[in-house]
Write a protein that binds this ligand. Structure first.
Ligand SMILES: CC(C)(COP(=O)(O)OP(=O)(O)OC[C@H]1O[C@@H](n2cnc3c(N)ncnc32)[C@H](O)[C@@H]1OP(=O)(O)O)[C@@H](O)C(=O)NCCC(=O)NCCS
Length: 240
């Protein structure tokens, strides 16, 4: 019964997050993300009950059918929706909370070769956009959004928006209060801010250099020796 309820909420998650979904039959028959999660539940059950080889076989079969590779050891919460799905890879020690949305081409990958926690932890209600890679045992706080193509290598607090390579938080809980008065379409960009800082510093250095050059010109003018007098008289040394 629980199994049926879980399947129902998985299907509902598709309707909630994909405006292209039309009928339940269509969703059940054609959404490979849904198939991958259902296969993963079987594979994970086998993995946990020490039937590891069979778990791997189910996972490999699922990858063959769906193009989505989820290691049977990965812990996945409720209502995960993998949209489109092709090329998604979820590593062995990944942990995914509830109501997470993952698009095609996402990698939740490891960096260490040791048998330890080496894959990301994705908290509830996170969105991982197309082609993003989250690498290493980092933690992405609840409600965060990872931009398309981002490569995230460090943890992010809840409600962050992370974009770029390496992934930078352009909006987070710490900036929430400011955002009330900010234009949401123009959130601060930390890279642009750093570049602007450098340009400002360069301008200051330019002004300073011009001042130094002017002083140098004045000194040079003072040090020019006086012209010798034309009538042959000996020029007087300038007074000290
Ligand atoms: C990250 C994301 C969720 C942010 O959306 P948003 O809150 O509407 O943000 P905005 O579009 O206003 O962009 C805010 C800033 O981040 C930048 N930005 C947004 N997405 C980016 C990305 N993927 N990579 C790099 N920079 C990005 C914008 O250029 C903008 O910078 P600026 O302030 O210097 O102009 C969204 O841009 C995104 O990547 N969505 C992908 C969804 C997806 O994968 N869909 C696939 C469906 S098949």
């Amino acid at each position: 019964m629980i199994l049926i309820d879980r399947m129902r909420e998985d299907i509902q998650a598709v309707f909630d997050r994909d405006p292209a979904a039309r009928t339940t039959l269509e969703v059940v028959l054609t959404y490979s993300g849904l198939h991958a999660i259902w296969f993963h539940r079987i594979a994970h059950f086998l993995w946990q009950h020490d039937v590891k080889l069979l778990g791997r076989i189910v996972s490999a079969f699922s990858r063959f059918l769906t193009g989505i590779e989820i290691h049977p050891g990965a812990r996945i919460g409720r209502r995960l929706f993998i949209d489109h799905g092709t090329g998604v890879v979820i590593g062995e020690t990944s942990e995914i909370g509830d109501d997470v949305l993952i698009y095609q081409g996402v990698t939740l990958g490891g960096t260490s070769l040791r048998k330890e926690k080496r894959h990301p932890t994705i908290e509830d209600q996170v969105m991982v956009s197309a082609g993003a890679a989250v690498i290493g045992p980092v933690r992405i706080g609840r409600g965060s959004r990872i931009g398309a193509g981002a490569v995230v290598v460090s943890s992010a607090p809840p409600y962050s928006t992370i974009v770029g390579i390496p992934g930078k938080v352009i909006e987070g809980e710490s900036t929430r209060q400011d955002i009330v008065t900010l234009d949401h379409a123009h959130l601060p960009d930390p890279v642009a801010r750093a570049i602007n800082g450098l340009v400002e510093k360069l301008n200051q250095l330019g002004v300073r250099l011009e001042e130094i050059e002017e002083r140098q010109d004045c000194l040079d003018d003072k040090l020019v020796p006086p012209e010798p007098p034309s009538n042959g008289a000996v020029a007087k040394e300038p007074a000290e």
